[in-house]
Design a protein around this ligand. Structure first.
Ligand SMILES: *Cc1c(COP(=O)(O)O)cnc(C)c1O
Length: 432
């Protein structure tokens, strides 16, 4: 089904209504379509690899709720688990067996996690992991990387200045300068910059936190040996290594990027997929560190809805489905089919672009050179991307509405869906 210039009347009306009561008409800025010069599309329902907007236009969905929907929308096993959980009650404020089940699945799947604490979002997970790292090392400073997103806690909303290892300048108003100074943001894929930062702030760095594969600045893979060298430096300087796998966990492999690259971080943060479409986050890792968390230890972190039974049920059902042999091979095949098709179409067209992909994630950068860090991503032609996004939307493809986001492929994206997408892209490349 190809749509050309579909009606967006109801979405437009909804946006006007929403804008009166919600800042910008949305509850998370990534849902706004400002960066692609468009108004947001309001969704009515979703099923499998598809979403329908309130005007009943159908889209092949490449956002997948920004990662969680790896089995597609409304997967029968997830729905059954939710219905069953609903029968038992929606929240207890006391422990339930469902929490152990999800925790056991996480511990048995992610190589470095010996113990885990369940929370309700990725932001909560990273924020708590940093508090724990600071308590464990008795140090205050944190190293992050330009272009990595770790949720919206104050310590992470720091952008580097123009030069190498610029001390944190708060890049969101409202983040106290005193706190911003404790975060150093460095260029990704540059081991010398990391060495220099350790030299400058020797014995002050509590942790290095990173997305081992960056999915929040388009899609950027680590260079060969980069993560290994980082692991060594962290150990040498007594800093903890935190892999933020909120996006890559259970996506690029069952055990996340750490399984793919065979690196053992000290702590890992998770979210998105582990909630099966409901709000769940988690942080976990070495037992000796995790034992510092209250009530076992003195590092305080709590949550009224942590381990919520509905969220546990959906997450557990989804992770169980992902244990099925060859799930990730299949996801990789689908992703590669899309990546190969896109590469071929670009070569045949006059459009200058690069394809980056890893299992279940893909990005089309409108850039002439390969993207290896935030600075190279920022050279992309975002105006071209905006036209690309709009033309795809008009052809029934819902791509992430930003050049700096990765697109997500689910196990429900069939070969036919991929081929239909490529057909839409072929037409799109001719008109942008
Ligand atoms: C999405 C994301 C977060 C934040 O998770 P929320 O559930 O949105 O708070 C943190 N880190 C990474 C790598 C993410 O992709």
């Amino acid at each position: 089904m190809t749509l050309i210039a579909p009606p967006f009347t109801r979405s437009q009306r909804a946006f006007e209504r929403a804008s009166k009561v919600l800042p910008g008409g949305v509850n998370s800025p990534v849902r706004s379509c400002q960066a692609v010069d468009a108004d947001p599309i309001f969704i009515d329902h979703a099923d499998g690899a598809f979403m329908w907007d309130v005007d009943q236009n159908r889209y092949i969905d490449y956002v997948g709720s920004w990662g969680p929907m790896i089995l597609g929308h409304r997967h029968p096993r997830v729905l059954e688990a939710l219905e069953d959980a609903l029968e038992h009650g929606t929240s207890f404020g006391a422990p339930s067996i469902a929490e152990i089940e999800l925790a056991e699945l996480i511990v048995s799947s992610v190589p470095s996690i010996e113990m885990v604490r369940l929370v309700s979002s990725g932001t909560e997970a990273t924020m708590s992991a940093i508090r724990l790292a600071r308590a464990f090392t008795k140090r205050d400073m944190v190293i992050k990387f330009d272009g990595c997103y770790h949720g919206h806690a104050d310590s992470f909303l720091i952008k580097a200045g123009s030069g190498l290892q610029t001390l944190g300048i708060s890049s969101s108003p409202g983040v106290p300068e005193e706190l911003a100074k404790l975060t150093v943001s460095l260029p990704f894929n540059d081991i010398d910059a990391l060495k220099a930062a350790f030299k400058e702030h020797d014995k002050k760095i509590a942790a290095i936190i990173l997305e081992p594969i960056i999915g929040n600045a388009g899609l950027i893979l680590p260079k060969d040996g980069y993560l290994e060298a980082m692991r060594e430096l962290a150990t040498k300087h007594g800093a903890l290594l935190i892999f933020d796998e909120v996006m890559t966990g259970f996506r690029v492999a069952l055990g996340g990027a750490q399984q793919l690259y065979k690196i053992k971080p000290d702590l890992t943060t998770l979210g998105k997929i582990i909630g099966g479409g409901l709000p769940v986050g988690a942080y976990g890792g070495r037992r000796d560190i995790m034992e510092m968390i209250a009530p076992l230890g003195s590092v305080y972190q709590a949550g009224t809805l942590s381990g919520n039974p509905l969220a546990m049920a959906a997450g557990t059902a989804q992770l169980r489905m992902l244990q099925i042999p060859h799930s990730y091979e299949q996801l990789e095949h689908r992703t590669q089919r899309l990546a190969d098709g896109l590469t071929e179409l670009i070569q045949k067209s006059k459009v200058v672009a690069q394809v980056a992909n890893v299992t279940g994630m893909i990005c089309l950068f409108f850039n002439k050179d390969k993207v290896t860090d935030l600075a190279s991503a920022q050279k992309c032609d975002t105006k071209k991307f905006a036209k690309f996004w709009q033309a795809l939307r008009d052809r029934g493809i819902y791509w992430p509405p930003s050049q700096f986001e990765a697109a997500f492929i689910s196990l429900e994206h069939s070969k036919q869906d991929i081929d239909d997408t490529l057909k839409a892209v072929e037409e799109t490349l001719k008109v942008i």
